[in-house]
Design a protein around this ligand. Structure first.
Ligand SMILES: [Zn+2]
Length: 233
């Protein structure tokens, strides 16, 4: 296990967040600290997050997508990254286009353009076997793009659902990854502030879908800790 130090990051950082909220839960501490240190951090929100409350009569998918975009912007502001660039790819939540589909080719192409322009030194992505289809598909998408652009970025993977929902085979096998930790005294406070911006995911804003998703206190406690953990494969 090694420490991840801001001084080791020599260029822009690209954050791949499958949904609005993954940026905060996965790497909000690093986004905040890197921003404070004057680094460029570009966050890509891959899906529109519209599937969190499929049965709400008052929050159709379009309204949720719009809300989640506002929440993402507010969360970045809470991380001190209100002026940092961000891209909303707005792919369909829980139904990202698969290889072979035109939508997939389009997503690869637009993300490749972004990567060529940004030339990130560090790319933060969901763990390749994080147990959520969009997290795995987002890993695949950026992996495809990095191979195509041949930009030698360091890639670090963060987990969101692995500890709660992962099957044994979803965890790294011995020797598969090197673990890096990022610690900063502000992480917990700043992530708490930022996750509060994602009101639609906290069970208080959208209350008319009994099957709607919400982040439980246990999940928040698990993901908001003084240290962030990243794996390099
Ligand atoms: Zn997610």
């Amino acid at each position: 296990m090694s420490q991840l130090l801001l001084d080791d990051i020599k260029g822009p950082i690209l954050v791949i967040a499958p949904h609005p909220d993954d940026e905060t839960l996965g790497c909000g501490g690093l986004i905040a600290a890197a921003t404070a240190a004057g680094k460029l951090v570009h966050t890509v929100f891959v899906t529109d997050g519209s599937s969190s409350h499929r049965n709400s009569p008052t929050w159709p998918a379009d309204r949720i997508a719009q809300q989640r975009q506002h929440e993402a912007a507010a969360a970045l502001a809470a991380l001190g990254a209100g002026n940092q660039p961000r891209t909303f790819m707005a792919l369909k939540d829980a139904a990202m286009p698969q290889p072979g589909a035109q939508g997939h080719a389009d997503a690869v192409s637009s993300l490749a353009t972004l990567v060529r322009n940004l030339k990130p030194d560090l790319v933060l992505v969901p763990w390749r076997r994080d147990p959520h289809c969009d997290h795995r598909d987002s890993w695949s998408l950026i992996t495809h793009v990095l191979a195509q652009t041949a930009i030698a970025s360091r890639v670090l993977e963060y987990t969101i659902w692995l500890d709660e929902l992962g099957a044994p085979e979803d965890f790294p096998v011995p020797g598969e990854v090197t673990e890096f930790t990022f610690s900063d005294p502000e992480i917990v406070a700043v992530k708490r502030r930022a996750i509060a911006a994602h009101a639609s995911q906290l069970g208080t804003l959208i209350t008319d879908d009994p099957d709607g998703f919400h982040l439980t206190p246990a999940t928040l406690d698990r993901l908001i800790r003084p240290v962030e953990i990243f794996w390099q494969a």
